[in-house]
Ligand binder design. Structure first.
Ligand code: MF3
Ligand code: CO
Length: 278
């Protein structure tokens, strides 16, 4: 059996990889295992991304439009010598995704869409800094949100956190999906199947896909040096979604019931993981 080339971080990591390779476990491609220099660059992008979400948190309020959020994001990002990654990504027209109530993700900011009392909104921001990528999203509650929707937002955050805790070196991606799915379904919710987390750092979206449902002991091995997102989209009702044909982006729940999402990016280390964005 050949080496897992080129050489990995340490002999211990190399030995573990060889062990799992002999067992026939699917390994991440070498290209998604970051060098120390890449990790420094990714951390810097992530720091701006987190400060940006803090800035959104300080400014978001009832009555403002989602286009106002887009302007905040564009201004803050460019003021920090960074680029909003969504802008013109695959033709996406704005700098941020804003997804309200039954919008699952990829909502396009608009001057005609105002934040109303009782809304829940996901603000998903992604930053390019010196060529490195960061990604994260949070939920915000506008005014008096119903207890049912508040619980959806809280449980979804727990799903993200459980996913992060499960994403340990030498675990499998299926372990992460299974843990998230169990927590969502135990609470009477469903996990969106059609969209997933992803490798992130050198590109916006790279290997692997990180599904938020699945079976333990299956899927790719989690190896030190990987950086990827965990971003469960949890529906109050059924998990089916559709893409709005009018804009080609906005993903909505089929049944019209609310959906929530929280997204973090993590770095897998030799003895655990480091939360890079939240
Ligand atoms: N930020 C989203 C994610 O979490 C991706 C948005 S793609 C865009 O992966 F083009 F809509 F910005
Ligand atoms: Co993402």
């Amino acid at each position: 059996m050949g080496r897992y080339t080129p050489k990995m971080y340490s002999d211990e990591v190399e030995q573990q990889v060889q062990h799992f390779k002999r067992e026939g476990v699917k390994l991440p491609p070498r290209s998604v295992l970051r060098t120390p220099q890449q990790i420094e660059g990714i951390r810097a992008a992530c720091a701006i991304n987190t400060a940006l979400l803090d800035y959104v948190a300080q400014n978001i309020q009832e009555g403002m439009s989602t286009a106002d959020i887009d302007h905040l994001v564009y201004a803050f990002t460019t003021d920090h010598d960074a680029i909003p990654a969504p802008f013109l990504y695959d033709g996406f027209p704005k700098s941020v995704c804003t997804s309200i109530n039954d919008v699952v993700c990829h909502g396009i900011p608009s001057p005609n869409e105002k934040l109303k009392n009782g809304d829940i909104i996901n603000v998903d921001v992604s930053t390019i800094y010196k060529g490195y990528f960061a990604d994260a999203s949070r939920m915000f509650l506008i005014g008096n949100v119903s207890p049912e929707m508040r619980r959806l937002v809280e449980v979804t955050r727990e799903c993200r956190d459980i996913g992060v805790r499960t994403a340990q070196p030498w675990a499998r991606l299926g372990d992460v999906g299974a843990a998230i799915q169990e927590h969502a379904e135990k609470n009477g919710y469903s996990v969106v199947r059609d969209l997933c987390g992803h490798g992130c750092g050198i590109k916006f979206h790279e290997e692997p896909d990180v599904e938020h449902f699945g079976r333990r002991g299956t899927g790719m091995l989690i190896v030190p040096g990987m950086t990827f997102t965990i971003e469960p989209m949890i529906n109050m009702g059924r998990y089916e979604v559709f893409v709005d044909e009018a804009d080609g982006w906005t993903v909505c729940t089929d049944d019209g019931l609310p959906s929530a999402q929280w997204e973090s990016m993590i770095l897998i280390t030799e003895n655990g993981n480091e939360v890079l964005t939240e």
